[in-house]
Every structure is written in structure tokens, then in C-alpha cells.
Design a protein. Structure first.
Length: 636
């Protein structure tokens, strides 16, 4: 087909206006309210439409009210495609950790991150804080070819000094980073031993010194992931991280450093959760926001690139049905890759409940290798660029995050905002909303609050759980409310673990009989719902079908049921519940009977008949399950 015919063919499909599209949509919805049916709001209050068009991008010009014009780097991409596969090592012995690191590099990892012993979040890590330990740790690793990173938290300065001394002249060629982040340490531990001036004096001294001792190493971190792992939203993570980074630049330039020098020493570290497109947009927005912020400090546009490391989120990880964590890590790593992260670490699937082993580390590593070598995600600079949806999300997240940064600046500074508790209150409110969605099972964690494997037991393999943070004791120059790392699954996992510990101590696991009777369609649907529901609490469950109330009684006795859940239709409950309950009582059985569903017009009568409770889609699952555990004698 020649070019003329091709153009004529296109002319047969004239442009369709947005009004025409929505006219057809409303017609298909049969007059239903378009906004209520198809628009939805995110946890940050951003409205998401069912489709986007080029006009949506045109409307975003000048999205920042504070600065005329668009964000720099409108597409939010970096200059080169691809990312580095980072593997984390937390083996305690430095020599063994070195061996694991070299094996990881031989097996496809591009760079290594050593997790130094911290004791903050249940991870022991590498015991390496002396020059001798660091020398052993980095032995036979080609430091001029491989980036080496250190996650050391509040020990970062100690580890850095020992590192430089331990490897001697090789430090000049050391590529990688160390997560020195005194504001982040304060947010996580809740206390600083030094006053504000000394805190930033030390940061300025480290950055200035590192320019001479390790000129190719980044030594100043902004741990945005701490805000998300404590329950914050994408916008809160972006806004707080941006405000924190701005405070570092502001304070360190006041101490004689140039803004570009501070920025070159800095990297951002974000968590990537399962909200696929939003995580892509979040990282793209982070680059735009940082470029915008640096422009205010006079940093040239060509030097305003953000270095972004990402790690798959702990928030979504579960200890039950843990292989689902592999799937979560895959989609999260894809988000980071498509968004243009500089480096990605995929958490091993077993990390929430034990030290990762060779098998789980290999799965995590190969997840990224497949994305590179088989899916070719590293061959495009900005795969999401040009998507009306992603571009609009990127701009929307950037806009909302910029507003949060401005609110923090309005408090006086990031540190002042932490001292006032404004940041923590906002994140806690978001955490509670997320937890409520998980408890109400509007937010799914497969294998934990939906579709559990009721026969699964994890207690014997449970080697660690992140402990609740303990307040830092002793004198402190600065105190704030600490951000608590949190996994969304914890509230349901506590119920399952409680049941397992009760059984391990010699107690009986309560048995729930899902007793189907009457209408086939309704009884099957409600039995399936209740199997899912009670399985999330670790109950022993069995199912049976009764032809009548006499058979129902016999089945309850034969199955040694501690709770009978009647699964039928609303219309049939008044005719079957009472007779079954009376037969149980007449024969000396106090077995509680629960109704699957909530027939609101019959609630009073069913209570009068002796029904002990109702299980339905609006039930508070944690409250109901814990209540039945308590009433059936399950003890902590």
C-alpha cells in the first residue's frame, strides 16, 4: 500500500471528541452516574478516570502553582536505559558475607549491598564495624568495577570511617554508597544524641571529607522508604523525602558547601509497593520534583539528576503463603524498572520470617535477571513515556507531593515538623486507613486476608519477626515520635499465630462446621465465603450438606463442631436456624450457631431463636475472628 492510500485510509477514521466518548459511555451505563460508576479516588485523594487522552496532558502545563511553567524533564526519565541488580547480604560473619557477595556477582548481580548489624528491625546483619572487618568483607571484590553499598543506619558514619581505613588507597576508586541519613535515623529511632547544629555540622563534614577520600561514592541518603513502610502513601513518601533532601541542601550550603556538591553526594531510596502504575509514576515524579527543587538552589539542569535506588516493599510481604511474595516482588521490580530506577533490590520471599537462604536469594536475583535478559526491560529509556495515564499520574503525584513539601516548609523545616509530630500524624492516619481496608478485606493480601491455605502452619519455621521498636532510653538532645515499620499483614498474622501457639501449648484448634442447607446457589456461595473468612483466623474447618434440620443436628455432632455456620438463603434461615438450635440445646449441646449473611429484616427473630452471630461482607474480620477465638478458649 503506497503512502497516499495509507493517508486516505486514516481519513476514514476522523477524530472522536471526548464529549462523544462520554456520550457513548453514559449510554452504555444506561443513564447511571458516570462519576460514581467509573471514577475512583486513591488514598491520596487523586481522582482516576477510566481513560485518558492527549487533552489531559495539555491541561497539565504549569501544574505547579509556585513556579511558572512545567516541571523540568516532563517525562520524568533518566538519560540511560537499564538498571543495576543489587543484592543484599546480611550474613553475620564478614568472611562468609564476602563469599556470598562474590557468588552473587558471579551469578548475575551487578552490585552488592552489605546490611550492617543494626538490631533495629529484627535484621542482625554483617558484624563489620572495624577496619579489619571491612578489609575482610571486601577482599577479592574488584572495587574499581563493582559498586558496593552499605545499609548501616545510625552506624553509617562509624562504618564509613572504618571502611576508608580498612581498604586504604582503594577507597579513591570505591563506587557505591553508604546510607548516612541523620534525619532518617531520628525518624526511625525517635532520638538524636546531638543538637540540630551538631547534627548538620557532622553531615557537612562527612560530605566535604568524602569528596577527597571517596570521590565516586555517595554518602548522604534520603530514605523515603521509611515513610511508606510506616504506612504512608506514595504522595507522603515523595513529599517528606523531598522536604528532607531540601533541608540537607539548605543546611549544608549554609556551612560552605555548594548545592551541586551536596546533590552529587546524595541518593534517594524508595520502597516500591504493589500499586503498579502508581509506583511507576511515583519514581518518575521524584526525578521531576528533585530537578524542580534543585533549580531553586541554582543547580544547572544538566546536573540535577536524582540517583534513585528502590527496594521491593516490606509492607506487602506476608509470612503465610510466602511464595506469593515472589509474585509481589516481580510486579514491584517491574514498576521500578519501567520507572527508570538506577538500582533495584528484590527482597527474598522468606525475609519476613527468617534469614534468607541461597534458594530465596537466587529467586530474588533471577527475578530481575529475567526482566532484563528475557523481558528486555532494560532496552528502553522510558517505557512509560507517552502513556496519557502514566504521564497524568506522574504530574498529579508530583503536584500533591510538592504541596506536602510546602506544608512541611511552612512548619519551619523537616526537623521542626517531625518535632511537632505533623508528619507522623499524617502517616499514622494513612496507616490506619490502610489497615482498615485490609481488615475489611477491601485491600487484598492473598493467602492472608483472602484465600488462605487453612492447613498451613508457619510456627516451626518462624525464626524472626520485626520487633516493636523500643523507645531510645537515656538522655537525648532531640526527641521525636519514631516511625514504626509495619507490614499490612501483621493484624491477620497475629490471629493465625495465636491459634498456632495455642495448639502448640496443647490446646484444641476450634472446629468450624460450614453446614450447607437449602438453596444450592446461595449455600455454595456462602459456604465458600465463610471458608475464606474463618480460614483467615486459623480455624479448623469442615463442610457438610444437610437435607433437613434433623440431618443438620447429626452432622454437627458427628463433626465435633465448636461452631456451626449455617449457609443458606435469607428466606430459609427463619425456618432452619431455630429448629437446629433447639435440637442442639435439647440434647445438651451448647454449640453456637452462626448465620452466613445478614438478613436485616430477620435479625431480631434470629437472635430470639438463639443465633450467636452473623458473618457477612461488612463484618470486621479481625474483630469477629478474635471474638470467636476468645469465646472458644484460645489463649495467647
Amino acid at each position: 500500500m503506497d503512502e497516499t492510500k495509507r493517508l486516505n485510509l486514516l481519513e476514514q477514521f476522523p477524530p472522536v471528541s471526548t464529549e462523544k466518548w462520554e456520550e457513548v459511555i453514559n449510554k452504555d451505563l444506561k443513564g447511571a452516574d458516570y462519576a460514581k460508576k467509573l471514577l475512583w479516588q486513591t488514598e491520596d485523594g487523586i481522582t482516576v478516570k477510566p481513560y485518558y487522552r492527549s487533552a489531559d496532558l495539555e491541561a497539565l502545563n504549569g501544574v505547579l502553582d509556585t513556579v511558572p511553567g512545567q516541571f523540568p524533564f516532563v517525562r520524568g526519565s533518566k538519560a540511560k536505559p537499564g538498571w543495576s541488580i543489587r543484592e543484599e547480604i546480611e550474613e553475620a560473619d564478614p568472611a562468609n558475607a564476602n563469599e556470598l557477595a562474590r557468588k552473587a556477582l558471579e551469578s548475575g548481580a551487578d552490585e552488592i549491598c552489605f546490611v550492617i548489624e543494626s538490631g533495629v528491625d529484627g535484621v542482625s546483619g554483617v558484624r563489620a564495624t572495624t577496619p579489619q572487618d571491612l578489609s575482610v568483607l571486601l577482599s577479592r571484590i574488584p572495587l574499581d568495577q563493582v559498586s558496593v553499598h552499605f545499609r548501616a543506619g545510625s552506624r553509617a558514619k562509624l562504618v564509613y570511617d572504618a571502611l576508608v581505613e580498612g581498604i586504604g588507597p582503594r577507597a579513591l576508586h570505591l563506587m557505591g554508597s553508604i546510607d548516612y541519613d541523620p534525619l532518617g535515623d531520628l525518624a526511625r529511632t525517635g532520638a538524636s544524641s546531638v543538637e540540630k547544629k551538631a547534627l548538620f555540622d557532622a553531615a557537612a563534614e562527612l560530605v566535604a571529607s568524602a569528596r577527597k577520600r571517596t570521590p565516586t561514592m555517595k554518602v548522604l541518603a534520603v530514605r523515603g522508604w521509611q515513610f511508606q513502610e510506616a504506612g504512608g502513601t506514595s504522595v507522603q513518601e515523595l513529599g517528606a523525602a523531598l522536604a528532607q533532601a531540601i533541608e540537607y541542601v539548605s543546611e549544608l550550603t549554609a556551612r560552605g558547601l555548594m548545592a551541586e556538591q551536596v546533590a552529587n553526594a546524595m541518593f534517594f531510596s524508595f520502597a516500591v509497593s504493589s500499586n503498579y502504575f502508581f509506583e511507576i509514576a511515583k519514581l518518575r515524579a521524584a526525578r521531576m520534583l528533585w530537578a524542580q527543587a534543585q533549580a531553586q538552589f541554582g543547580v544547572p539542569a544538566g546536573s540535577a539528576n536524582a540517583t534513585i535506588h528502590t527496594r521491593t516493599s516490606d509492607w506487602n510481604a506476608t509470612i503465610y503463603d510466602p511464595y506469593v511474595n515472589v509474585l509481589r516482588g516481580t510486579t514491584e521490580a517491574m514498576s521500578a524498572a519501567v520507572a527508570g530506577a538506577d538500582s533495584v533490590a528484590v527482597a527474598p520471599f522468606d525475609e519476613p520470617f527468617k534469614t534468607p537462604d541461597e534458594f530465596s536469594r537466587r529467586l530474588a536475583r533471577n527475578t530481575q535477571i529475567i526482566l532484563k535478559k528475557e523481558a528486555y526491560l532494560d532496552n528502553v529509556v522510558d517505557p512509560a513515556g507517552g502513556s496519557y495515564y502514566v504521564e497524568t499520574l506522574t504530574q498529579s503525584l508530583a503536584h500533591e507531593a510538592w504541596k506536602i513539601m510546602q506544608q512541611i516548609e511552612g512548619c519551619g523545616s523537616f526537623l521542626k515538623c517531625m518535632e511537632d509530630g505533623w508528619i507522623q500524624k499524617g502517616i499514622e492516619k494513612s496507616r490506619q486507613a490502610k489497615e482498615a481496608a485490609i481488615i475489611g478485606r477491601r485491600k487484598n493480601l492473598l493467602g492472608t486476608n483472602q484465600y488462605p491455605n487453612a492447613k498451613e502452619r508457619v510456627l516451626d519455621n518462624l525464626k524472626r519477626l520485626s520487633p516493636a521498636p523500643q523507645p531510645v532510653s537515656g538522655p537525648a538532645a532531640i526527641r521525636v515520635e519514631a516511625l514504626r515499620p509495619y507490614r499490612g499483614a501483621e493484624v491477620f498474622e497475629a490471629l493465625r499465630l495465636r491459634m498456632e501457639r495455642h495448639a502448640a501449648a496443647g490446646g484444641k484448634t476450634p472446629r468450624v462446621l460450614l453446614l450447607e442447607i437449602g438453596d444450592l446457589k446461595m449455600r455454595k456461595a456462602r459456604s465458600s465465603f465463610c471458608a475464606n473468612f474463618f480460614g483467615c483466623g486459623g480455624f479448623d474447618m469442615t463442610e457438610a450438606v444437610a437435607a433437613d434440620t434433623d440431618a443438620a443436628y447429626e452432622l454437627a455432632v458427628a463433626n465435633d463442631a465448636d461452631v456451626v455456620v449455617l449457609c443458606s438463603s435469607d428466606d430459609e434461615y427463619p425456618n432452619v436456624a431455630g429448629p437446629i438450635i433447639r435440637k442442639l440445646r435439647d440434647n445438651g449441646k451448647a454449640t453456637p450457631v452462626v448465620i452466613a449473611g445478614y438478613p436485616k429484616d430477620m435479625i431480631d427473630k434470629l437472635h430470639q431463636d438463639g443465633v450467636a452471630g452473623f458473618v457477612h461482607v461488612k463484618s470486621n474480620a479481625v474483630e469477629v475472628l478474635k471474638g470467636w477465638q476468645d469465646s472458644l478458649g484460645v489463649r495467647d
